[in-house]
Design a protein around this ligand. Structure first.
Ligand SMILES: Nc1nc2c(c(=O)[nH]1)N[C@H]1C(S)=C(S)[C@@H](COP(=O)(O)OP(=O)(O)OC[C@H]3O[C@@H](n4cnc5c(N)ncnc54)[C@H](O)[C@@H]3O)O[C@H]1N2
Ligand code: MOO
Length: 401
């Protein structure tokens, strides 16, 4: 029997020579979830002017303890006049600090009297003032290249008045399911048939990982048709993914078709689920090539394979380091298990308890049991040739973007 390969070796082969795709301009209103192709530099200070963090009174610290008349009222959005000596200014949160003021006192701390505003005796210079440029200084790097634009980053861009950014083109992905027994929901099942779970599951993951699905199809059990489909897919996609037929069965035509069109490497990994994995390249008539990944047909194997292989590959095509690695959380196992030659990625639910994180494993971890993935928020990594007893600490890979 051939020896099983470490998954790190397959991952290195998969990522070899992968470079980020080109950048393209995009309106920030459409940029959620996209990856920056270049750093964004700040055009202006934020805040753009010294302003008040509280509703209250702007004053000179030298007037602490005094009773002062109010010389002006500054609401947010209104320009402030210089602060007249011996007076304070009524000011509201976000209002521009008047020249000469060096402190804002919140209104709860003053006494409003007929003679004026009685200020506390204890005041600290700079209190409740948000200084110009405290958040962002003009000319500094606002956001780094490779960042995936999520809520806070989109807010930061808007804070600069930026309406367009350069983002990486989304990797175009073709997803081809194989297996004549697999049919689409909506058609009644004949004996021996089952519905295509892999298509919607992988489509969702691919889009979550930043890819754009350009082709969703099923290859029939026919070599000529499979070859034609793969060639057409390679012409429009950066990445062609198939599911099924990567093990040792005879019914499959994907492996010979990829081999005939380009290059194919078959891996038998020390990994459970997901032992068989096919990697390859499909040349295009324009001289380019599409990457090929053949995932196992078992939905659980495809699910785990997508997190372990497709996510870093899409991350590399997007130049997005955050997609290239899953976050590790160490947790105590609430289960017992034993492994042999393959490292096991158990589908677990991490619960964060006062005693620390606990990994609860779904009872049936067979690679045909998709129920094990539905509530899982992490993969617990059980090394090959090891035994886990309840309470043991395990590395868990957090399944989240
Ligand atoms: N003699 C051996 N048999 C198998 C081995 C082996 O080493 N020697 N490896 C096993 C392992 S591990 C895996 S994983 C599977 C992988 O098989 P394939 O990638 O060739 O996948 P298929 O045989 O086409 O399908 C496996 C299983 O999954 C069901 N399936 C396929 N596609 C879908 C879909 N789109 N939606 C839902 N279910 C799907 C299919 O009906 C099969 O039941 O091979 C083992 N065998
Ligand atoms: O590797 Mo397979 O996914 O164990 O069933």
């Amino acid at each position: 029997m051939t020896e099983l390969a470490p998954i790190e070796a397959a991952l290195a082969a998969l990522l070899e020579g992968v470079a980020p795709l080109d950048g393209e301009p995009l309106a920030t209103t459409h940029a959620a979830g996209r990856v920056l192709a270049e750093p964004v530099m700040a055009r202006q200070d934020v805040p753009g002017f010294d302003n008040s963090a509280m509703d209250g009174y702007a004053l000179r610290i030298a007037d602490a303890g005094a009773c002062l008349p109010v010389s002006q009222r500054i609401a947010a959005g209104q320009p402030a006049e210089p602060l007249a000596p011996g007076s304070c200014a009524r000011i509201f949160t976000g209002g521009e600090l008047p020249e000469g003021a060096d402190c804002v006192v919140m209104q709860e701390r003053v006494e409003v009297t007929e003679a004026g505003i009685r200020l506390p005796a204890e005041l600290t210079p700079g209190d409740n003032i948000r200084r110009r440029g405290r958040d962002v200084a003009a000319g500094s790097e606002l956001l780094p290249a490779g960042l995936r634009l999520e809520a806070a980053a989109l807010g930061h861009l808007a804070g600069q008045g930026i309406t367009e950014v350069r983002v990486r083109r989304r990797p175009r992905v073709a997803l081809i399911n194989t297996g004549d027994e697999v049919i689409e929901p909506g058609t009644p099942l004949a004996p021996g048939q089952l519905y295509n779970s892999n298509r919607p599951m992988l489509a969702r993951l691919i889009e979550d990982f930043g890819g754009e699905l350009v082709c969703l199809t099923r290859a029939p059990d026919d070599l000529v048709a499979t070859r034609r489909l793969l060639q057409e897919a390679a012409e429009q996609a950066d990445l062609v993914i198939t599911t099924g037929g990567v093990s040792v069965g005879e019914e499959d035509h994907v492996k010979p078709a990829v081999e005939a069109l380009g290059r194919l490497d078959l891996w038998r990994l020390a990994l459970r689920p997901g032992k068989p994995l096919a990697l390859g390249r499909l040349p295009r008539p324009d001289g380019g090539e599409a990457r090929f990944v053949g995932l196992p047909g078992n939905p659980v194997s495809g699910y785990v394979g997508a997190w372990l292989f497709l996510r870093p590959l899409l991350g590399a095509l997007l130049g997005c380091p955050a997609l290239e690695h899953l976050t590790s959380v160490w947790a105590r196992a609430d289960f017992a298990t034993r492994t042999q030659a393959r490292r096991h990625y158990l589908r677990v639910m991490l619960r964060f308890t006062p005693e620390g994180p606990v990994a609860e494993a779904f009872a049936d971890q067979n690679s045909g049991v998709l129920s094990s993935c539905v509530m899982a928020n992490a993969l617990a990594v059980v090394p090959a040739h090891s035994e886990v007893t309840p309470g043991d600490r395990l590395e868990c890979l957090w399944l989240s973007d």
